[in-house]
Design a protein around this ligand. Structure first.
Ligand code: UD1
Ligand code: CA
Length: 457
């Protein structure tokens, strides 16, 4: 099949009440249009056209860096005169032998399998519509059928009579049309309707009046065809999408204490026996190995967690690779570029940035470790700070195997604490500390025996 997919994305999205063009609004942290693109690409079409108009530069720019952006034929619709007018702009690129699949950028959750079934049905008809039944069909075009059940036309909400508004079968907007029929019928559309727009949906009436075959495919799960016109619908769909993802994850072996209280804004790959407490947010690309446990109120963004990692409540991890059996939190903040080797720990109120924490090394309390490399079995006392920044440059701290850094120590980088060194509590170090010795840099304790406290007169 010579498949040409056309995505309509020119509308302003007035009902969104936003400066951001509708198709760039995000669902699960990705623009609506990206969802549709991904589905389209999975169909391997011979051509992809996207009709843009309102804020088209902004929309095109948002995708110009993408891997597949070169394959997209961006078509301008300077004035948004309706969905039929939008397809009319693509006409110069439509060939008679093509099957044209029309998708809406504001219908983001449509699935590949549904589209394949729709395309299968086009083999016997000029026009195939995807319809669905809605309990509340408000805002959608209604499907008008004759006594024998054949589709006659589509009536838009704003043009419908009270009786027609009772119809619960609606147009999802998604249709497959033969290129030849489009070439003949598109120029015949008129804008004599309540909105003064050229409706693509009027193609159906044109087809039936010419005795062309119109087929329909019924979509069982209406969420797939849910259109987004306002922020409330966007929020509803975000929830529906999450439910779908969470259900799939539970089938793979993840227990969510409450599947309603978790957010997945990206790709989550999981092993088995994973436990996730409430209000956890996953963003970007997150990989969780077997037996991982995540406490309540954590945020994990672009993170890999190895087998058996335990993340305690209120921990924020971003851009990090955490190997098996590590423990983090509660209240830890792990920043981009951090790697923690097996069995390492980062406890409460610990911030780690762009550092390597060696196997079984512990940073248990109230510390800042930045631009540092810790080898294995290092112990960092409470309140240790790597002073990595001199106001101009960042400097590195190296802490070798089995070093023990006493509490409240400031390590003024660059410096190295050698293997097995011990640093006395309260030290401010600006030079290397030699291996297997005690180094301390603090004022000597003095006692002044004859000193008296001042007294009131
Ligand atoms: C449309 C359908 C309606 C269907 C509903 C499903 C028509 C006339 N109506 O209504 O039958 O039930 O979708 O969601 O087709 N667009 C353009 N250029 C334009 C106008 C719109 O590119 O000039 C794009 C929009 O960006 C959007 C899509 O087409 O992605 C749909 O437009 P919208 O105005 O939202 O149509 P609906 O009123 O929802
Ligand atoms: Ca719409």
């Amino acid at each position: 099949m010579d498949l040409h997919t056309v995505i309509l994305a020119a509308g302003k999205g007035t009902r969104m009440k936003s400066k951001v063009p509708k198709v760039l609004h995000k669902l699960a942290n990705r623009p609506l249009l990206t969802h549709v693109f991904d589905t389209v690409l999975s169909l391997n079409p011979s051509q992809i056209s996207t009709v843009v108009g309102h804020a088209s530069e902004q929309v095109i720019a948002a995708f110009s860096a993408g891997d597949d952006s070169d394959n997209i034929n961006w078509v301008q619709q300077r004035e948004q005169l309706g969905t039929g007018h939008a397809i009319l702009q693509v006409l110069p690129w439509i060939q008679p032998e093509q099957t044209v699949l029309v998708l809406y950028a504001d219908v983001p959750l449509i699935e590949k399998q549904t589209l394949l079934a729709l395309l299968e049905a086009t083999k016997q008809s000029q026009v195939t519509l995807l319809t669905t039944h809605l309990d509340n069909p408000e805002g959608y075009g209604r499907i008008i059928r004759d006594d024998q059940g054949f589709v006659r036309r589509i009536i838009e909400e704003k043009d419908a009579s009270e009786q027609e508004k009772q119809i619960k079968e609606v147009n999802t907007g998604i249709m497959a049309v033969s290129g030849k029929f489009l070439q003949e019928a598109l120029p015949k559309l008129s804008n004599q309707n309540a909105q003064g727009e050229y409706y693509l949906t009027d193609l159906i009436e044109i087809a039936t009046s010419q005795n062309c075959k119109v087929a329909t495919k019924l979509l069982e799960n209406p969420t797939e065809a849910a259109g987004i016109n306002d922020l409330q619908q966007l929020a509803k769909l975000e929830r529906a999408y999450r439910t779908k993802q969470v259900t799939a994850l539970m089938q793979q072996g993840v227990s969510f204490i409450d599947p309603e209280r978790v957010d997945i804004r990206g790709d989550l790959s999981v092993g088995q026996d994973i436990k996730v407490d409430i209000n956890v947010i996953f963003e970007g690309r997150v990989v969780l190995s077997d037996d991982v446990q995540i406490g309540a109120h954590c945020i994990l963004k672009d993170v890999e967690l190895g087998q058996g990692v335990v993340v305690k409540p209120f921990t924020y991890i971003e851009g990090a690779v955490i190997e098996g059996s590590c423990e983090l939190g509660p209240y830890a903040r792990i920043r981009p570029g951090t790697q923690m080797a097996k069995g390492a720990k980062a406890g409460n109120f610990v911030e780690i940035k762009k550092s390597i924490i060696g196997a079984n090394s512990k940073v248990n309390h109230l510390s800042y470790i930045g631009d540092a490399e810790l080898e294995s079995d290092v112990n960092i006392g409470a309140g240790t700070i790597t002073c990595n920044y001199d106001g101009v440059r960042k400097h590195k701290t190296k802490i070798e195997r089995k070093a023990f850094v006493g509490s409240n120590t400031a390590l003024v980088a660059p410096l190295t604490i050698e293997t097995g060194a011990t640093i006395g509590a309260g030290s401010t170090l600006s030079k290397d500390a030699p291996a297997d010795t005690l180094t301390l840099a603090r004022a000597k304790q003095q006692t002044i025996p004859l000193w008296k406290r001042p007294e009131k007169d």
